[in-house]
Write a protein that binds this ligand. Structure first.
Ligand code: HEM
Length: 161
């Protein structure tokens, strides 16, 4: 499988008592919050990954991605009242498997990237009907950078590693 150009930060929240769905203003406010939440996650995690890679190399980064990432996601979830997760079509953790909505969102973002949109501002959202009620779902592109793939790069140089 080719390495994806993008992986995604996915947010969702159930809209309690909202049978007719949120108004345009309410949706705009949720999108603004989702952008802040995903931005906070990406910025905090990116900073910690860079520091860990510099100080401890790939092993330090694995620990950040495995231990710190869920902690930061939990903090962001609490602060902004979203369920927050990171997903990838080429996931490393079982928790990183995209569900059907996330997979479709990621594929759509990938197409928009290919058409020339800037990854920094690439996101998508939707109000989805679920058995539990209406849900706001949001996905933000997380561009795969060389920084994210030192292990893959090492494996490519030495396929038996
Ligand atoms: C900015 C760069 C990076 C980004 C955007 C990134 C993104 C992600 C994402 C979205 C996941 C969850 C989906 C999945 O399981 O694949 C993940 C998990 C993981 N990443 Fe990263 N990553 C980065 C850098 C790194 C580096 C440098 C390493 C190691 C050298 C690493 C090792 C891992 C590992 C081991 C997991 C699975 C963690 C677990 O078992 O829960 N990542 N990463």
């Amino acid at each position: 499988m080719k390495v994806p150009a993008l992986i995604a930060v996915a947010l969702s929240t159930l809209l309690a008592g909202c049978a007719s769905g949120p108004s345009a203003e309410e949706q705009a406010a949720m999108v603004a919050d989702a952008r802040k939440a995903s931005g906070a996650l990406i910025q905090t995690l990116g900073g910690e990954l860079k520091t860990a890679l510099g100080e401890k190399g790939p092993e330090g980064a694995v620990s950040v991605c495995k231990v710190r990432a869920p902690q930061i996601a939990a903090e962001v979830s609490k602060q902004f009242n979203f369920d927050t997760k990171r997903v990838s079509p080429k996931n490393r953790s079982p928790a990183g498997v995209p569900d059907a909505w996330e997979a479709e969102a990621q594929a759509g973002l990938e197409k928009r990237l290919a058409r020339g949109e800037k990854p920094e501002t690439l996101d998508t959202w939707q109000i989805v009907a679920t058995p539990a009620g209406k849900q706001f779902r949001y996905a933000k592109a997380l561009p795969v950078q060389p920084l994210c793939l030192p292990v893959t790069a090492a494996r490519q140089k030495s396929p038996t590693a």
